[in-house]
Structure formats: C-alpha cells, structure tokens
Design a protein around this ligand. Structure first.
Ligand SMILES: [Zn+2]
Length: 114
C-alpha cells in the first residue's frame, strides 16, 4: 500500500515538473520573439523623397502634372519649379503651395527659368 502512494506522489511531481519546464520553455521563446520589432525601425525619412519629387525640371510638361485633370495645380510663389497636383508645402522654403491654373503654372515656370 505504501509503495503505491509513493508512486502516485512521484507521478504528480513529474507532471508538475513537466508543466514548469513547459512554462519556462514558452517563456524563453516569447523573449526571443520580442526582439524582432527592432528590425522594423529602419523605415523613416521617406517623407523627404516624396516631398522633393514635386520640384520640377525646367522642361517639364506642366499640363501632365495635373493628374486629377481638374485644371488646377499647386505652385510655390517663391519657387515656381515646385509644382504639385495636391495642396502641400514647398520642400525648398516651407511655404504653402498656392492654387494656380495650368496656364499660370506654365507661365510662372517659364518666367522662373528665364
Ligand atoms: Zn518655395
């Protein structure tokens, strides 16, 4: 009778031991998994490239910049080579872009280049 009780006891103990080992193992894997977000902190500073993309070349086709075809563009009053189809700020001087017609944007750009 006594040996049976000892067997039961050791069985219980081994189950508890297994649970403890399992918990410590899953705890370990959680720790190593928590390190992955460090790899994702490298995609900053992309705003500059999208902003400078509205600085146009001298010979740009101004009417082709009107992507939504509403006849209007947004141009910096200081830098006429900064033309965007959407409202925004100038990447050169930080001024708010002014709404202008395609013809005006073209005229301004021509005057700016000459
Ligand atoms: Zn500007």
């Amino acid at each position: 009778m006594k040996t049976k009780a000892v067997l039961k006891c050791s069985l219980k103990f081994s189950i508890v031991l297994l649970i403890v080992v399992f918990i410590s193992l899953t705890g370990c894997s959680k720790e190593s998994g928590a390190k992955s977000p460090e790899n994702q902190s490298q995609q900053t500073g992309k705003k500059d490239t999208t902003n400078t993309s509205i600085i146009r070349d001298n010979d740009v086709n101004v009417s082709s910049l009107d992507l939504d075809k509403d006849g209007n563009l947004y141009q910096c009053e200081m830098d006429y080579d900064v033309i965007s189809d959407k409202p925004g700020t100038c990447p050169k001087c930080g001024m708010e872009l002014k709404k202008v017609s395609i013809a005006d944007a073209k005229k301004n750009l021509d005057a700016y280049n000459n």
